[in-house]
Design a protein around this ligand. Structure first.
Ligand code: CP3
Length: 355
């Protein structure tokens, strides 16, 4: 494999010295970019784009071509590929978000779910990883990802997105045994899916626990964090002679950083509700931190964006162990020039913290 030309993202995740704070952005390949919308139109729809390795590679590289500051690429795909491969029948209704043809509502439904084989059942994702690695040619590292078991379970039980997680929380409290059986199958599926991505060339992996923050403190430990720890324990941690860092991102997980840091993950993703300086003091040297600018800051003018970047860099303070990111994905309405101002500000203003 080609040597990496820019490895500051991997170095910061391992708390090794860097020249400037590395930056990437959740949903960096997405609808705010006109070139993304053009490629999606060419593919037909979002899932056809995910299932076409050449086009998935094209959109993965679009933000890197537009913004030379980006220090990482993220595989273009979706977290819901796993439930789809389990036979749930994923589809996207225009403007409606994800939906499933089949909903999981009983122990019998859970018993019938297969554990997908990454190369056989999700080969289009593995092919996308291989294609992107080839096309990146060592420019920056490639991040692979998956949803967390709890987050995937909410979509499978609700049949799509939800505001209140009524059905999934009812199952959790009515029939915890069934929920545990579902989460256990999902943890096995996620582990083999992420290991498949790592073998195909993913150089770091992120687990998106988008809905862990909707749980009580006790339920978070038992129904989300415990399964993410199982996954971390089962992942390939070194590939091609290099550590493959694992990032855990629980949106709304700011209260639980200490126990997240105890899972053995290399880094924690922070949403914008926590102060990154206090988070650093709480987790100490156990993990690196990724985040955490409010995505809505990108609606404001470039001077306001620069000021917010400066505030977060100062809050983290000197030294390595910080990967700059938003606290959640960029939204479709953001002006692409504002994203550019964000990336430039991170590199320009962070050198002083790495002397
Ligand atoms: O970050 C990246 O650039 C990588 C690609 C990526 C996508 N989805 C592409 C996408 C990643 C990492 C995801 C993760 C994902 N998908 C999550 C976890 C992250 C988070 O936001 O908390 C979740 C919950 C999903 C499920 C999902 N996929 C939803 C709820 C939606 C609809 C959301 C919306 O804003 O309409 C999607 C669709 C989706 N996934 C899009 C993209 C670019 C938009 C689809 C389109 O182009 O029409």
């Amino acid at each position: 494999m080609t040597a990496l030309k820019n490895d500051r993202f991997l170095r910061a995740l391992q708390k090794q010295p860097v020249d400037v704070t590395p930056v990437w952005m959740m949903r960096q390949a997405g609808r705010y970019l006109p070139e993304y919308r053009a490629t999606r139109a060419k593919a037909g729809d979002f899932m056809s784009l995910c299932m076409n390795p050449q086009l998935a590679c094209e959109v993965t590289l679009q933000p890197l071509d537009r913004y030379p500051q980006l220090d990482a690429a993220i595989l273009f795909s979706d977290i819901l590929t796993i439930p789809d491969a389990m036979g749930q029948g994923l589809y996207f209704e225009a403007g409606e978000g994800p939906r499933f043809k089949k909903v999981v509502s009983s122990q019998a439904d859970i018993d019938a779910l297969p554990i997908p084989d990454p190369e056989k059942d999700l080969g289009y994702v593995m092919d996308a990883v291989r294609t992107i690695r080839r096309e990146l040619n060592g420019r920056v590292p490639l991040i692979g990802f998956s949803g967390s078991p709890w987050t995937l379970a909410t979509y499978m039980v609700e049949g799509g997105s939800s505001r209140d997680f009524r059905k999934s929380k009812a199952m959790l409290y009515d029939n915890p045994q069934a929920m545990h059986a579902l989460l256990d199958k999902l943890a096995q599926s996620v582990t083999s899916y992420l290991n498949g991505q790592i073998k195909a060339g993913a150089q770091a992996v992120q687990i998106f626990d988008s809905w862990g923050g909707s749980l009580s403190a006790a339920a978070y430990q038992e129904f989300s964090l415990a399964y993410m720890k199982k996954i971390v324990d089962g992942l390939i941690r070194e590939h091609d002679g290099r550590r493959v860092p694992v990032i855990l991102f629980t949106k709304g997980g700011g209260l639980w950083l200490e126990s997240m840091a105890d899972t053995g993950a290399d880094a924690l993703g922070l949403d914008w509700t926590c102060d990154i300086g206090s988070a650093r003091a709480r987790v100490g040297s156990k993990v690196a931190l990724q985040g955490n600018m409010d995505p809505s800051v990108l609606y404001a003018n470039p001077a306001a964006i620069r000021a917010e970047v400066a505030r977060i860099l100062a809050a983290y303070g000197s030294g390595t162990g910080h990967v700059f990111n938003l606290g959640h994905g960029i939204t479709p309405e953001v002006d692409p020039a504002h994203a550019g101002a964000f990336f430039e500000a991170v590199h320009e203003q962070s050198a002083q913290y790495h002397q």
